[in-house]
Design a protein around this ligand. Structure first.
Ligand code: B12
Length: 276
């Protein structure tokens, strides 16, 4: 009989008695976690699995549209997934074909670290040094002043971090409170004109999933009279080895927030939309 463990959603996952030897990851940050710890286990990953840069495994298309037949053809012992990155239908199809799937679902930094530890232990990998480094990097509480921020993650339409997100918790631990933390959605579509009434003193623009940059994003907030911080999306939203350096990097990127350029972009609110 195979051993069984429960994934983050409490679903029993049957595991091979001989241990997990072939893994397909459908989540970029989990791909990096396995690749940095035991690269020989990984046989497949998505086209969006960009780290480590030299990762040389079969690609199975996107996180939201994996090629299920290609996943199955790789004969994995275990497929790694995430509740919000992947679609239930794809996970159900893989399970229906008799392949075990481990679904992660962290919504806070602590849940992320615990989820990674459990996933790595199911893979027979124990506690790698990067996980200890990530724990220690985030161990001390933030003690400085707090700011209220809008954190867009998409443009056309504008979408932002909402309720119960891993990235929202990471920012909260850096003194940045999300103005949409109590929204009913986790990634709401937002009207920029409506945001200012919420009281914003910072805009945080990660460079993924939308590739916000100094040239695409900050200009939409001209007239808001609040600084804009361009930050690494990977360090903000990925639960994995990047957490070991994320605190220091994000702190410095938040500290470097600047007033946006003066010209107004076509989809920015007018200064009249600002509440005095
Ligand atoms: C919000 C968002 C995020 C959120 C996470 C939620 C998500 N991915 O949906 C954050 C900001 C964390 C994120 C991160 C990333 N994202 Co993203 N993201 C989006 C965005 C802007 C909206 C998606 C959306 O509407 N989600 C909300 C709804 C659909 O999700 P939901 O309410 O959570 O519902 C889903 C789950 O609940 C799930 N579900 C429900 N019950 C169950 C049960 C089980 C068992 C499971 C498994 C699932 C499940 O099914 C629902 C439908 O998918 C899209 C772009 C766009 N405008 O569409 C890109 C997009 C989905 N992201 C994308 C990518 C690639 C990424 C990143 C890899 C970063 C990057 N390089 O761009 C990272 C991965 C982080 C990681 N951990 O590895 C791509 C996917 C491409 C593809 N073809 O597969 C998109 C399409 C953007 C793009 N570049 O084109 N993203």
């Amino acid at each position: 009989m195979s051993p069984t463990s429960e994934d983050d959603l409490g679903t029993p996952v049957p595991l091979p008695a001989t241990g997990v030897r072939r893994v397909v990851s459908l989540v970029p940050s989990l791909t990096e976690s396995v690749a940095e710890t035991a690269p020989q286990l990984l046989v497949g990953a998505t086209d969006w699995c960009t780290h480590p840069a030299d990762l040389d495994v079969e690609r199975v298309r996107g996180t939201k549209n994996p090629d299920v037949q290609r996943v199955l053809a790789l004969r994995p012992d275990l497929v790694l997934a995430n509740e919000e990155e992947n679609r239930d239908a794809d996970i159900a199809a893989i399970r229906a074909a008799g392949i075990a799937v481990w679904v992660t679902a962290p919504r806070t930094l602590d849940e992320g670290l615990a989820s990674l530890a459990r996933m790595l232990s199911v893979l027979g990998l124990g506690r790698p040094p990067w996980l200890a480094a990530a724990r220690s990097a985030w161990a001390s509480p933030y003690a400085g002043p707090r700011r209220r921020a809008l954190v867009p993650i998409w443009r056309r339409p504008w979408m932002a971090l909402g309720r119960d997100t891993f990235a929202g918790d990471v920012l909260a631990r850096l003194g940045v409170d999300n103005v949409y933390a109590d929204d009913e959605s986790r990634y709401p579509k937002v009207e920029l004109d409506a945001v200012l009434v919420l009281g914003v003193d910072l805009v945080v623009l990660p460079d993924e999933p939308y590739a916000f940059s100094a040239h695409d994003g900050p200009e939409a907030f001209a007239g808001w009279e609040v600084p804009v911080a361009c930050v690494s999306g990977r360090h903000l939203t990925w639960y994995g080895p990047s957490l070991a350096e994320a605190r220091q990097l994000l702190e410095s990127q938040l500290a470097a927030a600047e007033m946006p350029p003066a010209e107004l972009a076509s989809d920015s609110p007018t200064p009249a939309g600002r509440v005095p």
